[in-house]
Design a protein around this ligand. Structure first.
Ligand code: SF4
Length: 349
């Protein structure tokens, strides 16, 4: 089944030029209990997802808190070991590489974290924080590293004289600029941005997003942009993948997603945010009730069936595959197995 899904995704999205390709990736966290640490269950954080990102492209990964999107970012970077599936960088399979073998690939893949304060060492100067990756990867001598750090400060909109200040002396937005400078230090090709603006004021969010977009154009960077904020994702992404309880339920270019969402969960997400130009807002309003179920014991069949206004008996027993419904537009919903469009309103109770 996993191979079928991967094949469908490849048909829908030409990934021949992919910088990174992820297939059927799973990350489960075991739950142990008692003095003998007996295995009593698992958290199905990421449950078989596939995607690719091309050079210079931004894939937005969106979903509610707890859907597994941050775990995807950490697993792709191998900060967490995958339970199953594969990760290819420029065609090279890095899934089983030991930490020592990952060093060269870490140079190509960096991460920007949600909380810029927590991710910066308070005992190091800002210059040493930004320059640390250069030391880890053995790049340049002391003078060259200092010159590069000064250039990076300027490039992200910070005065180089502030190299000698500590993280607590910077504002939230400036700290995120430091995080971006550190991520850029060793010329990566892919940056995983994990909720990089959600801890910032709205006015500062726009500055950081614009900076990321400028840097992408200048350095041909690829981004996996993880966020719960659809408005931000719409602004920065070329394609968007929507996650629900560890699975991707819809993936397409951003225009199709925001103007013609196909999955009931995507529709519900779009109705909850003020995105004026979203075509979904012209459709009958749907409210998805209830909380996201626990990833320890996810619902059978379609994970969304406990909250879906269109659910039928089949949804409770059979997992819908992510398949191409329109050119380049994939969704995982039994309604679209029959190649019909969603009704404009939920069926009468
Ligand atoms: Fe709703 Fe069924 Fe589609 Fe899942 S498969 S989203 S429950 S209609």
């Amino acid at each position: 089944m996993a191979t079928d899904v991967a094949a469908e995704i490849e048909t829908a999205n030409d990934d021949s030029a992919a910088l990174i390709r992820v297939e059927n990736l799973k990350k489960y966290f075991p739950i142990h209990k008692g003095v003998f640490s007996k295995l009593v269950g698992q958290v199905y954080a990421v449950d078989g997802i596939s995607f690719h990102i091309k050079a210079g492209e931004t894939l937005g990964l969106v979903g509610e808190s707890g859907c597994g999107k941050s775990t995807v970012g950490r697993t792709v970077l191998k900060l967490l070991e995958p339970t199953a599936g594969s990760i290819h960088i420029k065609g090279e399979d890095i899934t089983a590489l030991p930490p020592a073998g990952m060093l060269a690939y870490r140079q190509q893949m960096q991460m920007i974290f949600q909380d810029p304060f927590a991710s910066l060492n308070p005992r190091m100067t800002a210059g040493n924080i930004v320059g640390e990756p250069l030391i880890i990867h053995g790049i340049g001598n002391a003078t060259e590293r200092q010159d590069r750090v000064a250039w990076l400060f300027e490039r992200v909109g910070l005065r180089p004289e502030r190299m000698f200040a500590y993280a607590h002396e910077f504002s939230g937005g400036q700290r995120q600029r430091l995080g971006i400078a550190r991520a850029l230090a060793i010329n990566p090709e892919l940056i995983i941005c994990d909720e990089p603006v959600s801890a910032l004021d709205v006015s500062i969010q726009a500055q950081i997003i614009n900076l990321l977009m400028d840097l992408q154009e200048e350095f041909k960077l690829s981004y996996l942009f993880i966020s719960h904020d659809l408005a931000v994702v719409e602004h920065i992404s070329h394609r968007v993948a929507v996650m629900y309880l560890g699975r991707i339920v819809e993936m397409t270019d951003k225009t199709s997603l925001f103007e013609e969402p196909l999955h009931p969960y995507t529709e519900a997400l779009l109705y909850a945010v003020p995105i004026a130009k979203s075509g979904a807002r012209n459709r009958t309003r749907q409210i998805v009730e209830g909380d996201v179920p626990s990833p320890i014991n996810p619902p059978s069949g379609c994970h969304f069936h406990t909250r879906c206004p269109y659910a039928v008996a089949r949804c409770r027993t059979e997992e819908p595959k992510l398949r191409e419904v329109k050119p380049g537009h994939l969704t995982a919903c039994h309604i679209h197995d029959r190649k019909v469009t969603l009704p404009l309103a939920p069926p009468e109770a």
